[in-house]
Write a protein that binds this ligand. Structure first.
Ligand SMILES: [Zn+2]
Length: 365
């Protein structure tokens, strides 16, 4: 996977093409779950799923990307490189681990260079029981008008008000207020939705089809946009359960490695979140012992990421924006979630490959 620069793409259509070709070359059938809307360039969108391994395998490793749309440029490269990696495929096969590649969890966001789905939903805040009361985010409520202003770029008064908020509360609190998720402003940032999004429902179908026969399931879900550039932070992704946390730590954070971080003890770059996607595996595959992590690669400083997200949210509400401004906003989004250098891609692949092998070892230990 180290020589796999060519596994990455510049557009969703190209990424999808490479994934389909790599799966076909590996002799795998791809199951496409068509998305109801077209892509940015009018191309068809789908959640594509390829299973490498026996349908009845006792152990299953799920590898997924583009939960947050635009972050798929990174994860797609990892998946394509893995599918082309004969040594990796042989290792999983000889250990009897089936690997389920889910390319384009949120294909709409991937293609449209958005973090959210076509419902403006942050998919990783959308896995709630919507019949029960939803979390209230009063800090976001205070910030909403400032974050998504009438005009873009924002005026001086807006920039000052945001700077004052950060000076008063700190960058960490600003990050948490925004990224924790909110259920009050459907046109806002990090909106968790008021019903299961298309990607939520479709992912559940995939897990129900592929995950109900496995006794043990591992999941590596690839993200970008938090932490130091090129560093793949391994963030535990599961219930606040000491046994499962210890397992993840042993597999992915063992000797000589950076420990697996957690949203529960404040050690991760991510704030404490709810409505997370991994909820689905407990609900759809209740028979399995589950161990999961988000592999979160750093790109640019977090305030730059938020600035890009604010601009894109404005663009989404202003389709009449001049094409040059729209291009600039999308360019900044891409830069916030994908670093277009060989060095960064090399770091991504190396750390992902290690995590894949560790998952297979862990699942069969
Ligand atoms: Zn993400």
């Amino acid at each position: 996977m180290s020589g796999g620069q060519d596994a990455f793409s510049q557009t969703y259509a190209q990424a999808r093409g490479k994934f389909l070709a790599a799966a076909a070359a590996a002799g795998l059938r791809v199951e496409a779950k068509p998305h109801p809307l077209p892509g940015l360039e009018g191309e068809p969108l789908a959640m594509d799923v390829a299973r490498d391994g026996d349908p009845g395998a006792p152990t299953l490793l799920v590898v997924s990307s583009a939960c947050h749309g635009v972050e798929g440029f990174c994860g797609s490269g990892v998946q394509v490189a893995a599918l082309r990696d004969a040594a990796w495929r042989a290792r999983a096969a000889e250990r009897g681990v089936a690997v389920l590649y889910i390319h384009g969890l949120n294909p709409y966001g991937f293609s449209h260079i958005r973090r959210t789905t076509h419902e403006n939903v942050d998919l990783n805040r959308n896995f709630h029981d919507f019949a029960a009361p939803l979390p209230v985010n009063a800090d976001y409520r205070e910030l909403h008008r400032l974050l998504v202003p009438e005009r873009w770029p924002p005026d001086e008064a807006n920039a000052q008000a945001i700077a004052q908020y950060i000076a008063r509360h700190g960058e960490k609190a600003y990050q948490a207020a925004i990224s924790r998720g909110q259920y009050e402003f459907p046109d806002g940032l990090f909106y968790g939705g008021n019903a299961p999004a298309w990607s939520n429902r479709t992912l559940r179908e995939v897990l129900a089809t592929h995950g109900r026969r496995a006794g043990r399931i591992a999941w590596i879900d690839i993200h970008t946009g938090l932490g130091p550039s090129g560093v793949g932070e391994r963030i535990y992704a599961g219930r606040d359960d000491p046994q499962a946390t210890a397992r993840a730590q042993k597999w992915w954070g063992g000797e000589g490695r950076t420990p697996v971080t957690s949203i529960y003890d404040g050690s991760s770059s991510s704030a404490l979140l709810t409505g997370l996607m991994w909820t689905s595996v407990y609900e759809e595959c209740p028979q399995a012992e589950y161990t999961g992590m988000a592999l979160e690669y750093g790109t640019v400083p977090v305030l730059q990421v938020f600035q890009a997200l604010r601009g894109e949210q404005w663009l989404n509400a202003h389709p009449e924006a001049p094409p040059a401004l729209a291009r600039e906003i999308r360019g900044r989004m891409l830069e916030a979630f994908y670093t277009d250098t060989d060095a960064w891609r090399g770091q991504v692949l190396e750390q992902a490959r290690e995590a894949l092998f560790q998952a297979v070892d862990g699942l069969t230990s």
